[in-house]
Design a protein around this ligand. Structure first.
Ligand SMILES: CC(C)(COP(=O)(O)OP(=O)(O)OC[C@H]1O[C@@H](n2cnc3c(N)ncnc32)[C@H](O)[C@@H]1OP(=O)(O)O)[C@@H](O)C(=O)NCCC(=O)NCCS
Length: 141
């Protein structure tokens, strides 16, 4: 996979990640609604780039171990970009000493997280017209 993932602050990520997130979550009517929220400054962000240095995906990690707003542009899906970003965020979480990472996955993203070792952590929730499942992955070695 000729994709590069960089970890960056929101100041650096916003102009790159903002448009990707906006395009993808407006299409899928993401239950959380807003595409850029006030918590972005608290997160570290993963941004994936193709060989031409074009940004093709983004995701973020909060200090409590929550990963959210994972998004890969449609033409790059199912080629390991989401996994590469998730790995980068998990590596960052490990570096910071977090015990686990968590994510609330909409149903269409469940297989993605389950295939990466995430297990259900609580009941399925309804958010707007979408169902989502809290998931967790322990980081103990
Ligand atoms: C979820 C998302 C980030 C996954 O990114 P991706 O780059 O396509 O994921 P990968 O290629 O790394 O997939 C890894 C594995 O996850 C599983 N997977 C990914 N997408 C899947 C799908 N649509 N259906 C079933 N399994 C899927 C597969 O097991 C896949 O491995 P395989 O391709 O070898 O079978 C991407 O589909 C996306 O942007 N979706 C829309 C936004 C969204 O729902 N985000 C989640 C909010 S937290």
């Amino acid at each position: 996979l000729s994709v590069r993932v960089r970890i960056m602050s929101w100041a650096e990520a916003e102009p790159i990640a903002g448009p990707i997130r906006f395009a993808i979550f407006m299409q899928t009517r993401h239950p959380e609604g807003v595409e850029v929220d006030t918590r972005d400054n608290e997160y570290v962000h993963a941004v994936a780039f193709d060989e031409q240095n074009k940004a093709i995906g983004t995701g973020r990690l909060l200090p409590d171990g929550t990963i959210s707003r994972m998004a890969v542009v449609t033409e790059w899906r199912r080629r390991g970009v989401g996994s590469a970003m998730l790995d980068a965020l998990v590596e960052e979480a490990r570096k910071r000493g977090y015990a686990a990472v968590k994510v609330v996955a909409p149903m269409q993203a469940m297989e993605f997280y389950r295939s990466r070792g995430y297990v259900p952590d609580g009941k399925i929730e309804k958010a707007g017209d979408t169902l989502q499942q809290p998931l967790r992955k322990p980081l103990a070695d």
